[in-house]
Design a protein around this ligand. Structure first.
Ligand code: 5GP
Ligand code: MN
Length: 336
């Protein structure tokens, strides 16, 4: 049972709230954090959004973006923020380890009331109030439900709505993934009623890239794209040297993993990128192939049915080899 009365009173009585989300911030984690930030600012004197590492620049037009603190560059201030908090909101993740190093700072505080709002599978029980719905399109959509549950929808504003729409549009692949529901569109209808301009937000998110980012995309599709017709699968691999050559900025590889799925018959696409010596993986699939299972079995990862992530403990080319050895296990499913 969710105790709406209790959570409402914790918000009303909070003096110092922090909002946390997962590492490698994306449209939904930053969008949900800023949407909740704008909402809570109506009630709470001090609200601080914290990310484990810097939020990507492609979201810098969002109102409140400049107030975000990242742990990587502000460890001491973030530790202080967490120690002082009486309310901690954990957004867009199902277990504290998804915050990376920020998890340590989170555990500094054992007294705060913890709210968890998230849409990932298998949520851990680490909060006092949990709104977890794995069928929801995005955490941003759940922020709407949270505000609705608090009977606070009259506080929706354009700046809040823009942040909320950003997470919905990025996590649904612009309303095309199967997680997009009637309710998703109803929430967006409410936001349009409030006054957001979806066209303007799309421009800000999708038509705002650097020349280097577009050239990186072209290079990748010609030089770093491997197709495995036998398995209806594709891999894109990007060693750090490639990223450096194109002046990589955070967010530049966002969306690249989706391109292979535009080819008929390709059911699974995997992106391998190397940053600061760490090898990160992104998995996407079409139809009923579960990439979260593959990623959790072999790459300490997880996520959703058709979109998952993970990490590899070997180099980029070894990771390609490892995947080539894994593919036969899934040949039947990938051809089903
Ligand atoms: P992305 O490929 O965009 O980084 O991640 C896609 C989805 O996979 C995210 O929404 C998140 O749910 C999940 N995910 C990404 N990285 C990880 C990871 O390292 N561990 C787990 N458990 N899930 C991840
Ligand atoms: Mn999300």
């Amino acid at each position: 049972m969710k105790n709406w009365r209790e959570v409402e009173s914790k918000i009303k009585n909070s003096k110092h709230t922090v909002i946390l989300s997962h590492r490698s911030p994306d449209g939904d984690s930053v969008g949900s954090s800023l949407a909740l930030y704008h909402y809570l600012k109506n009630y709470i004197g001090h609200v601080q959004v914290i990310t484990p590492d810097p939020a990507p620049k492609f979201l810098s037009w969002l109102s409140g973006f400049d107030t975000i603190l990242n742990y990587q560059e502000n460890e001491d201030i973030v530790n202080q923020e967490l120690k002082k908090a009486d309310l901690i909101c954990c957004l867009d993740f199902n277990t504290p380890s998804r915050m990376g190093d920020l998890e340590k700072a989170f555990h500094l505080n054992q007294d705060a009331y913890i709210i968890n709002i998230d849409h990932h599978q298998d949520p851990d029980d680490f909060s006092n109030f949990q709104l977890s719905e794995t069928s929801a399109s995005s955490t941003c959509q759940l922020i709407y439900d949270f505000i609705y549950g608090l009977k606070g929808t009259e506080k929706l504003s354009i700046e809040l709505g823009e942040a909320m729409y950003t997470g919905i549009v990025t996590d649904t692949g612009s309303f095309r993934f199967s997680s997009t529901s009637k309710h998703t569109h109803n929430v967006v209808a409410e936001l349009i009623e409030v006054g957001i301009n979806p066209g303007k937000i799309h421009e800000n998110i999708y038509n705002n890239y650097s020349i280097d980012r577009l050239k990186l995309l072209g290079f990748v599709l010609v030089q770093r794209f491997k197709v495995y017709e036998k398995y209806n699968a594709a891999i894109i691999y990007l060693p750090e040297e490639d990223l450096n050559q194109f002046n990589f900025q955070k967010g530049d590889t966002e969306g690249i993993v989706n391109y292979p799925l535009t080819v008929a018959n390709i059911r699974m696409s995997i992106l391998i990128t190397e940053k600061d010596g760490k090898v990160k993986m992104s998995f996407r699939s079409k139809g009923d192939f579960r990439v979260n299972e593959l990623s959790s079995k072999y790459f300490s990862g997880g996520g959703h049915f058709n979109a998952a992530g993970g990490i590899s403990d070997v180099g980029v080319m070894e990771t390609v080899k490892k995947l080539e050895e894994i593919f036969p296990e899934y040949e039947k499913e990938l051809n089903a």
